[in-house]
Design a protein around this ligand. Structure first.
Ligand code: SF4
Length: 173
């Protein structure tokens, strides 16, 4: 957000994360996002928390590992809604800061972003590498400065389950 703001690009935050579970965690992350957006005067668009759709699409992928096909579905779903919103509301570019996390596969994210934008004439997906030019370091600095809540798992109930069982295994060794 800070890098985009400094670049002079006129943008809005589209918060569409029906993957995040439970709702308490979803609200916590959203509130943190709103707090930063308000400080910088960035428009914040609060999209649906349509978890039923997310769970319907995730059916059969409950035990897929992170960075696997469930994550592709999850990125696809969120980018599809973003691209549709962009088309309907006069935006020309979509992107996501998801790739700044070292736990994520940037190629996987970028493929999903390009796929979502492809059906719409006049909409492009921006595959900017957020980790470059000190992006990751800056993210940590801002996070500390703002005292942002530190999420301990990616977001969905399955990533929560897997992070909890990993923590239990660590505690047992
Ligand atoms: S692990 Fe993260 S990206 Fe993958 S399905 Fe769950 S919330 Fe989505």
């Amino acid at each position: 957000m800070e890098a985009l703001h400094a670049s002079g690009i006129d943008y809005a935050i589209f918060f569409y994360n029906p993957n995040i579970h439970p709702k308490k965690e979803y609200l916590l992350r959203k509130e943190e996002n709103i707090r930063f957006a308000e400080q910088h005067g960035i428009e914040f668009i609060d999209a649906d928390y349509d978890t039923d759709n997310w769970f319907a699409r995730a059916k059969g992928m409950e035990f897929e590992p992170e960075r696997g096909i469930r994550c592709t579905m999850c990125f696809d779903m969120r980018f599809e809604r973003t691209a549709l919103y962009a088309k309907e509301n006069g935006y020309t570019l979509i992107s996501s800061s998801l790739g700044i996390s070292r736990w994520k596969d940037m190629n996987q994210i970028n493929d999903c972003g390009h796929r979502a934008a492809a059906p719409y004439e006049g909409i492009e997906y921006w595959d900017y590498n957020w980790r470059k030019k000190g992006g990751s370091k800056r993210m940590i600095e801002i996070s500390k400065r703002e005292r942002f809540y530190q999420q301990e798992y990616c977001g969905c109930v399955y990533s929560l389950r897997d992070s909890t069982s990993t923590a239990r295994r660590r505690a047992a060794t």
